[in-house]
Write a protein that binds this ligand. Structure first.
Ligand code: PLP
Length: 384
C-alpha cells in the first residue's frame, strides 16, 4: 500500500474516465439511471450514496487504515449514528472530559431513550475497568482531550472494552490520522469532526466514521441512510481538498505548537502549559508511543483572573478570538467564558478548567509573528 502522503492525495480518487478531469467532480444529481428495474451502477439516490461522498469515504477510510468509511453532515451526526446502533437499557462508558457536544448528546438526548452513561477518568485504566459492566456496549474515548490535552492509552483502554465485549470508539479529531491511527491501536471505530483539521480551512462542517468491521459499517450505513444526516457533494469535495494537504499542514501545526509550548512554559505570566509534547505533561510517554507527533492544540493556565484572561484573549491581533480549531489560521479562546461556559463554575474548577485557562489552535502563520502577538497581548493585559 502507498504511504500516507500519497494516499492522502490519491485514495478514493482517480481521473474521470470520460473527461480526464483530474479532480473529482461535485456530483449534484440526486437520482441515477438504472439499466433495468433494481439494476443500478452503484448509485440510485443521493441520500443513500453519492459519488463525491463515496470518494471522500474511501479516502478517509484509507487514511485511518480502515476498510470502510461513512461520511456525515457533521461530527455530531457521526457520533449520533454510533449511539443509534445501541438499544434502550444499554450502558455507555465515556471519558469524563469528552467534547461538550458529545456530553450533551449523551446526557440530554439519549438519556430520554434510556441509555445510561458513566463518565470516567479514562486515563486511569483501573478506574475504567471498574466502570465497565456486562451491560456496557460502548466505550467512547478522545485523545488528546479538549481543552486539557489529556492523553488516553488507546491500546490499553480498547483491551479493557473488549474484555467486556464492548465496542471501543475513538474520536480522533484532535490528533488526525496523520498523527494517530486508533484502529491500529485496537479501537473498533474512529470518529471525526471533519470540520477541524481534515477540512482544515474553517469553511466546511462534516463528520465521519471509519472501521475495519463490516458488521459495524453496515449498521452505520443503515443509520446514515435511514436517518439521513449525510453531507452534500460540495462539502464532501471541500474535505477531499483538505485531506490532500493534511500531512504538510500537520507538520507545520506541530512545529509551531511545539515552539510556542516551550516558550510559554518559560514565561513568567504562565503557571502551566498543557501540551503532550512537553516532558512535563503526565501523558507524554503514552503520547510518544501512540502518536507520531503531538498536534497543534496547546492550552495554558495564566497567572491571571477571569477578567484579565478575558482581556488577554481579546488583545491578540494575529490569533483570532473564536471557538473551533484545526484551520490554517491561529485561534485563541477562553474555555471558562466560551466553549465550557455552560458548565457551573464549581464543576468547572473540579474538572481542572480554571479561570485563567486559555486554549490555542496554533495555525500556520510564521511562528515568530505568533509569539510576538502573544507576548504583546500578555504584556498589555496581565498585571504581575
Ligand atoms: C468539533 C468536535 C466535534 C463535533 O463536530 P461538529 O463537526 O462540530 O459537529 C466532536 N468531537 C470533537 C473532539 C470536536 O472537536
Amino acid at each position: 500500500m502507498d504511504r500516507f502522503e500519497t494516499r492522502s492525495i490519491h485514495a478514493g480518487q482517480s481521473p474521470d474516465a470520460d473527461t480526464g478531469a483530474v479532480m473529482p467532480s461535485i456530483q449534484l444529481s440526486t437520482t441515477f439511471e438504472q439499466d433495468a428495474p433494481g439494476e443500478d451502477r452503484g448509485f440510485e439516490y443521493a441520500r443513500t450514496g453519492n459519488p463525491t461522498r463515496g470518494a471522500l469515504e474511501a479516502n478517509l477510510a484509507s487514511l485511518e487504515g480502515g476498510s470502510h468509511g461513512r461520511a456525515f453532515a457533521s461530527g455530531m451526526a457521526a457520533i449520533d449514528a454510533v449511539l443509534h446502533t445501541l438499544e434502550a437499557g444499554d450502558r455507555v462508558v465515556a471519558g469524563n472530559d469528552v467534547y461538550g457536544g458529545t456530553h450533551r448528546l449523551l446526557t440530554q438526548v439519549y438519556d430520554r431513550h434510556d441509555l445510561a452513561v458513566d463518565f470516567v477518568d479514562v486515563t486511569d485504566l483501573d478506574a475504567l475497568d471498574a466502570a465497565m459492566t456486562p451491560d456496557t456496549e460502548l466505550l467512547w474515548l478522545e485523545s488528546p482531550t479538549n481543552p486539557l490535552l489529556s492523553v488516553v492509552d488507546v491500546d490499553g483502554a480498547s483491551d479493557v472494552a473488549h474484555e467486556y465485549d464492548a465496542v471501543c470508539a475513538v474520536d480522533n479529531t484532535f490528533a488526525t490520522p496523520y498523527l494517530q491511527r486508533p484502529l491500529e491501536l485496537g479501537a473498533d471505530v474512529v470518529c471525526h469532526s471533519l470540520t477541524k483539521y481534515l477540512g482544515g480551512h474553517s469553511d466546511v462542517v462534516g463528520g465521519a466514521l471509519l472501521t475495519d468491521d463490516p458488521d459495524l459499517d453496515e449498521q452505520f450505513g443503515f443509520v446514515q441512510n435511514a436517518a439521513g444526516g449525510t453531507p452534500g457533494p460540495f462539502e464532501s469535495f471541500l474535505v477531499l481538498r483538505g485531506t490532500k494537504t493534511l500531512p504538510v499542514r500537520m507538520d507545520r501545526h506541530c512545529e509551531n505548537a511545539n515552539t510556542l509550548a516551550e516558550w510559554l512554559a518559560d514565561h513568567d505570566a504562565v503557571e502551566r502549559v498543557y501540551y503532550p509534547g512537553l516532558d512535563s505533561h503526565p501523558g507524554h510517554e503514552v503520547a510518544a508511543e501512540q502518536m507520531d507527533d503531538f498536534g497543534g492544540m496547546v492550552s495554558v493556565e495564566l497567572d491571571a483572573t477571569l477578567e484579565e484572561t478575558s482581556e488577554m484573549v481579546a488583545a491578540t491581533d494575529v490569533f483570532t478570538l473564536a471557538e473551533s480549531l484545526g484551520g490554517v489560521e491561529s485561534l485563541i479562546e477562553q474555555p471558562a467564558a466560551m466553549t465550557h461556559q455552560a458548565i457551573p463554575r464549581e464543576e468547572r474548577l473540579d474538572a481542572g478548567l480554571r479561570d485563567g485557562l486559555v486554549r490555542f489552535s496554533v495555525g500556520l502563520e510564521h511562528v515568530e509573528d505568533l509569539r510576538a502577538d502573544l507576548e504583546q497581548a500578555i504584556e498589555s493585559t496581565i498585571v504581575e
